[in-house]
Ligand binder design. Sequence first.
Ligand SMILES: Nc1ncnc2c1ncn2[C@@H]1O[C@H](COP(=O)(O)OP(=O)(O)OP(=O)(O)O)[C@@H](O)[C@H]1O
Ligand SMILES: [Mg+2]
Length: 262
Amino acid sequence: MTTATTHHPLIELQGVTKQFTGVRACSDISLTVRPGQVLCLLGHNGAGKSTLIKILSGVYTPTEGTMLIDGEPVTLGGPRDALDRGIATVHQGAGTVPLMSVARNFFLGAEPTKGRGLLRRFDAATAATIALREIQQLGIRRIRDADQLVGTMSGGERQALVIARALHFGARVLILDEPTSALGIREAETVLRAVETARERGIGVVLITHQAHQALRVGDHFAVIAHGRLVASFARGEKEAAEVIDLMAGGAAMEELEREQE
Ligand SMILES: Nc1ncnc2c1ncn2[C@@H]1O[C@H](COP(=O)(O)OP(=O)(O)OP(=O)(O)O)[C@@H](O)[C@H]1O
Ligand SMILES: [Mg+2]
């Protein structure tokens, strides 16, 4: 595979619209998810961000427009279909079971087993080794016991565990809907580092966040959504931090951009 091929888009949306009864949640959106890049989706409450990622993750089919995966037009049959194609989505506040161990949480539904037939059982040692190795590689070094209950981990560590799990199970695209919204600064830092590790491994990351400084810290591309429409799309460095913050805050710059689009 040449370098050029490696950088072909993983996912492209072309003119995608999602109409609910009475509400057009997304309107004529085009965007690209590339390997080894973080795409930040920015916008107000109700802007259409979650609807957009539900299209990317196979929960909704677009009313209009085209979705391409690896350059091929596709109609996803559902979230399972998206997952089978390497698109893993972590919905807000979701992903872990507090009263289960780190190892159990890591494998939820896909546990390694040993023995055959009636003797087939959970392979706790293998699960522990893999789970600890993978989460430590994402910078969570405080967790040394795979039997520890996830409920005792910090919020940031839990999000990192979910990210580690997605990567271990072959995600090529990782979609995170507000992974840091309930977290303090240090906790959020843990998640952002995990996002950076995912990018270094060539994963295409789609990150929704309300926090301008977090977006600026990890984003390679930015897409600002307002009233279901893409009002700005730009690469890192193309806009000043102040302008991005203004865009996110829905300030004058956003209104101006919206007028430009009309
Ligand atoms: N299943 C649905 N049926 C009807 N309307 C919907 C549905 N899902 C979302 N909407 C509407 O579409 C619009 C966009 O919603 P969406 O959840 O995508 O916004 P969001 O940008 O994720 O907001 P937030 O930042 O609050 O999470 C809203 O007006 C919402 O009420
Ligand atoms: Mg949302």
